[in-house]
Design a protein around this ligand. Structure first.
Ligand SMILES: *Cc1c(COP(=O)(O)O)cnc(C)c1O
Length: 400
């Protein structure tokens, strides 16, 4: 594997690894800050952050250092024992959120799986099993395990996997009447992303989340926020719910939680959390010391560093620049929406081709639902890097 190493990597991937992803023909060798490099040393601006994972940029020094030093002391010991990094990150997360208790796991789907189980367990306790139904949103995305796939309100992900889990209902996002109509005596929870990610970067209407909260309180229904993508500073606050003056009963985190290492967390208030007791839920790797040490570094950086402020400032600048493109290409671009550095550009044409052409010009972006370009740069992105991305978009859109 020397001479044709690079063709080999692509060929051998396609030959040996399940073809569950359509990949771009780019072999990434190195990452630092907002940049990644391929095997020929060509540099790319990463405006996707590994899909909202590397929020502090690639290989953030504090994260690398924290993981490295933990790696040399203790890698794993299981949850049959106590470890310090779990406590440290739990205190930090609690200090910044509504939560009283936290369960650690390894991914977004697992965090949502835990949230769905907790909601049912809690409702089971006071309703004798009569309340089990969960209302989620159309165009939501919650993961690929059976429960989280069922919770995901997009048929294209369901195809071929029926029967799905019973007890789920879908309503349109941003329609409080639809939620109200969907509630029955069997409803135990409403679950939603404060800003929908995979479903097209859909921002909640002015009072929507407040109205959902009020409805849940009135009907004694739990409110679950999936902040797997919106959490950890992405929208300019540590958690997106902080923008909207509401608190959920349960919140899930993953993606950027450990700065690139796999981590997930399910956070809940006291009332709900006590429904989980020894034996109700578990994860072998959940709360792994190396991963938790990385989480601590990420959280400290968000709380004490400049990333959040930069995200808000650069988010506004990027928004303004993208709206400039919208004026110029009003025949192609229909809307710019989002919050902080979670931004979508809805097109009137196929976006996949635009993504490819941007990649040819060394800019990594993404497209969801075939028509919405998604920008998720690291929160540390600088003005000149945004200018670089906007210049390339300008050129690429000018050719359409
Ligand atoms: C990515 C994502 C998930 C799934 O996370 P995995 O780590 O891929 O399981 C769940 N919810 C939202 C909102 C996401 O963006």
């Amino acid at each position: 594997m020397k001479e044709n190493q690079n063709t080999d990597i692509i060929e051998l991937t396609d030959k040996n690894i399940f073809h569950t992803y359509s990949r771009y023909p780019l072999i990434v060798k190195k990452g630092k800050g907002v940049r990644v490099w391929d095997e020929k040393g060509r540099q790319y601006l990463d405006f996707l952050s590994g899909i909202a994972v590397c929020n502090l940029g690639h290989c953030h020094p504090a994260v690398v250092k924290a993981a490295q030093s933990q790696l040399e002391n203790l890698v794993h010991v299981s949850n049959l024992f106590y470890t310090e990094p779990q406590v440290e990150i739990a205190e930090l997360l609690k200090g910044q959120s509504f939560a009283d208790k936290i369960f650690f796991c390894n991914s977004g789907a697992e965090a949502n799986e835990a949230a769905l189980k907790l909601a049912r367990k809690y409702a089971h306790g006071f309703s004798g099993g009569k309340r089990f139904e969960i209302i989620t949103m159309k165009y939501s995305f919650h993961g690929r395990t059976f429960a989280t796939l069922t919770a995901t309100g997009q048929e294209k992900f369901h195809n071929g996997f029926s029967p799905l889990l019973p007890g789920f209902k879908y309503v349109p996002f941003n329609d409080i009447n639809a939620v109200e109509e969907a509630v029955t005596e069997s409803t135990c929870a409403v679950m939603l992303e404060p800003i929908q990610g995979e479903g097209g970067v859909n921002v909640p209407a002015e009072n929507y989340l407040k109205e959902v909260r009020q409805l849940c309180d009135r009907e004694k229904i739990l409110l679950i926020f999936d902040e797997v993508q919106t959490g950890m500073g992405r929208t300019g606050k540590i958690f997106a719910y902080e923008h909207y003056g509401v608190e959920p009963d349960i919140m899930t985190l993953a993606k950027a939680l450990a700065g690139g290492l796999p981590a997930g967390a399910m956070l809940a208030n006291k009332k709900v959390a006590q429904s989980f007791v020894p034996g109700t839920h578990a994860s072998t790797f959940g709360g792994n010391p190396v991963v938790m040490a990385a989480c601590v570094a990420v959280m400290k950086e968000l709380v004490d560093g400049e990333a959040l402020e930069n995200c808000r400032r650069m988010g506004q600048y990027f928004f303004k620049e993208l709206n400039g493109l919208k004026e110029k290409y009003s025949d192609i671009i229909s809307e710019i929406r989002g919050k902080g550095l979670m931004i979508g550009m809805e097109l009137k044409i196929d976006g996949n081709e635009i993504v490819k052409q941007c990649l040819d010009e060394a800019i990594i972006i993404n497209c969801t639902l075939d028509r919405i370009l998604r920008f998720l740069p690291p929160l540390i992105v600088k003005k000149d890097e945004i200018d670089g991305c906007v210049d390339v978009l300008d050129r690429v859109l000018g050719r359409q």
